[in-house]
Write a protein that binds this ligand. Structure first.
Ligand SMILES: NC(=O)C1=CN([C@@H]2O[C@H](COP(=O)(O)OP(=O)(O)OC[C@H]3O[C@@H](n4cnc5c(N)ncnc54)[C@H](O)[C@@H]3O)[C@@H](O)[C@H]2O)C=CC1
Ligand SMILES: O=C(CO)COP(=O)(O)O
Length: 333
């Protein structure tokens, strides 16, 4: 086990709570920050998080607070685990306590999977803009929060441009049931995590519309080609996308109704209401992903049809008809 560290986990939703527990299991001193004081109180006194991890006993003593500065106090490592579209806001809050509540050299680990809607920036690009002095990494890979919280075996990737930092953080963040691999392909890991959510909506919608398991397999496979094409255009490496944070997470998210993105797609395909559903990051990333595809002159018809579907311009059946009626071509993989 690596040396004990002070770890601040920002965000007490499903993933933040599961990671907080995991960091405790790794032997670290953890403080979980919840925006909502009632939730912080529930976690630290009742050992439950009934809103985000219902039915899971958190075990005694996961310290949680709604005081941002208290959570960051003396932290060596900060895990940012709020939704992708809120990262800028959370990093601005860190900036405001930098040097007083948070160590100027604290490592920042980005755990959200998404692309900023208004700017097209990846999570690491936002961090480089707002906290340029802090060593930054991303954690991604196939990992359902409820399973990780239960201590079920899970493997993920920790990525940083500095390979030594990625390896050090992988050692720090690993726990007996939580195995972290490391890579220096930060961009590849981030694109894999963000785009698999969009493809999970496509897979769920195909299933929801009753188009069959063969169609779902075709969507996953051809969607993966699009994902890799986009990642390559950012400089992401193909070998990374074949790993846990690409193919691994795509397989998990496109094949289980435990995935909120897949479940969102399923509801869309069935024509059910999309109101008041849990967070589906893919629905927030799809439009900007389609814009990036257009700006870069790339070809990604499945990702584009998810945007059309979400914006009501197309039905699942019409999207599938369009995909099937394109000119036949050589199978590029
Ligand atoms: N749930 C999972 O299995 C996994 C989730 N992730 C990623 O982690 C990120 C967070 O997801 P979850 O924890 O599952 O979501 P969640 O919906 O369970 O929780 C989100 C948390 O962020 C808080 N929050 C929302 N807006 C905020 C803001 N403006 N400022 C501060 N806090 C805010 C909410 O109050 C809540 O506590 C997402 O990007 C997701 O893709 C990654 C791996 C696994
Ligand atoms: O990222 C995840 C699993 O790796 C969680 O997926 P959902 O956000 O679709 O639930």
């Amino acid at each position: 086990m690596s040396k004990m560290r002070r770890i601040a986990v920002l965000g007490a939703g499903a993933w933040g709570t599961a990671l907080g527990l995991t960091m405790q299991r790794a032997g670290h001193a953890v403080t979980l920050w919840a925006r909502d004081p009632q939730l912080a109180h529930e976690i630290s006194t009742l050992n439950t998080n009934t809103r985000y991890l219902p039915g899971i006993e958190l075990g005694p003593g996961l310290p949680a607070t709604s005081d941002f500065a208290e959570a960051l106090d003396e932290a060596d490592c900060v895990l940012a685990v709020t939704p992708a579209q809120t990262l800028r806001e959370v990093l601005a809050a860190i900036q405001s306590v930098m040097g007083s509540a948070v160590k100027p050299d604290a490592a920042l680990v980005l755990c959200a999977k998404g692309i900023e809607r208004d700017t097209g920036r990846l999570m690491s690009e936002i961090a480089a803009e707002m906290l340029p002095k802090n060593p930054t990494a991303a954690l991604s890979g196939p990992s359902f929060a409820a399973e990780v919280a239960r201590g079920l075996p899970t493997a993920v990737t920790v990525a940083a441009k500095d390979a030594a930092l990625a390896a050090r953080l992988a050692e720090t963040l690993s726990a007996p049931h939580f195995r972290c691999y490391s890579t220096d392909d930060l961009i590849g890991v981030e694109i894999g995590g963000a785009l698999k959510n969009v493809l999970a909506i496509a897979a769920g919608a195909t299933d929801g519309a009753g188009l069959g398991a063969s169609a779902v397999a075709a969507i996953i496979t051809r969607g993966f080609v699009e994902l890799r094409r986009i990642a390559r255009s950012f400089g992401g490496r193909d070998e990374t996308l074949m790993g846990l944070s690409g193919l691994g997470d795509l397989v998990l998210t496109c094949s289980s109704a435990q995935s909120r993105n897949y479940a969102y797609g399923l509801a869309l395909g069935r024509g059910e209401s999309l109101d008041n559903r849990p967070l589906a990051e893919g629905a927030l990333t799809a439009n900007i992903a389609a814009r990036i595809v257009a700006d870069r002159g790339l070809y990604a018809p499945i990702i584009r049809s998810v945007t059309d579907l979400l914006e009501g311009r197309l039905t699942v059946e019409a999207a599938m008809r369009t995909l099937l009626s394109r000119p036949l071509k050589h199978e590029e993989t």
